[in-house]
Design a protein around this ligand. Sequence first.
Ligand SMILES: [Zn+2]
Length: 393
Amino acid sequence: MTDLLLKGGEVLDPSQNLRGTFDIAVQDGSISQVAPNIRPGPETRVVDVSGKLVVPGLIDLHTHVYDGVNQTGVKPDLAGVFSGVTTLVDAGSAGCYTFGGFPRFIVPESKTRIFCMLHISRAGLNFQPDLSRREDIDLEETVNVIQANRGLIQGVKIRAVGPGVPRMGIEMVELAKQAANDGGVRLMVHIGDRFVEEGGPTITQQLLPLLEQGDIITHLFSGNSGNIMGDDGNVLPELLEAQERGVFLDTAHGRQNFSFDVARRALDGGVVPRSISTDLTIPGRLHTVHSMTEMLSRFLALGFSLEDVIRMSTINPASALDMADSLGSLAVGREADISVLEEATGDWVFQDTEGETLRGDKALTPVVTIKSGEVFAADWGPRPWGWLPDTAE
Ligand SMILES: [Zn+2]
């Protein structure tokens, strides 16, 4: 018995090299068939998605959704199923002293699938600066909380920026790496800030060699000093070596961490970003970031293909979580996580966090999201007029 039938969409699933006009049948929350002209049963809910793009449920690897605890935390479903996203990762909103509310109040209230990176600072992002001295880190309790929330916590997060850098230097990253190792999870590092000392190697240059295969760099194209570009104008050799080792490169835009100029020079220099993510917050949703689909549209404007941007928001982030066998694909038998998007042609303008603008002629917007077989219409969107980006004058 087919419960739900998505009829006539343009299916694009990079995990299976699948592209074409297919119907998708869902039964008991899982994908039961992907084929042309599937016949509905008498009880089947049929959704006409002809003319729409049908892709695996989008995965946003970097968000902030500790709603009600962090001032800037977005409601998970606003960043999630109402925005075309079926799985999101909270990138370190909570530390070991503040994490308890996540499994108790956030996860049970959300339709969107949630994973977390645990901030190495004990209070997470509840105070700024989040990490300024050694006492802000409780290594033992961090590992305890990871062990008590196995599955929900997928990594340790550190922001290798701010006043902790001159005070603690590389030790802060070493402690975060130790917590990740002791907890048996990966490390996610926010890069792109300041020098440890005048003329010396940046904290980024010092931390990159500590990262192993599966660890994650986020804010790859940050325009801030101490980013992945060296003083000679070339990509840091340490970054290219990390990429070679299998360190996962995430691009999280955020309100302060994306430069079109750095992106272009890094791409020319051989950097291959693996995922597109938002770093969504309440102010970021209203200004600068807006939405996951707008991030995909930015990468189209940067010259990535439609297949690239869907791969970088589905199967690639799934593999960053070691979940490529369960998420990020429309393969038969998978949980039915599906995003239905619309592609609009226009003269769109995107602004990076350095004030530079970039024109593009394609924009993706969410229409309908299916999470574990349940159907959610996209909400109004982050802008007064909805989901579409700014237009050129
Ligand atoms: Zn963030």
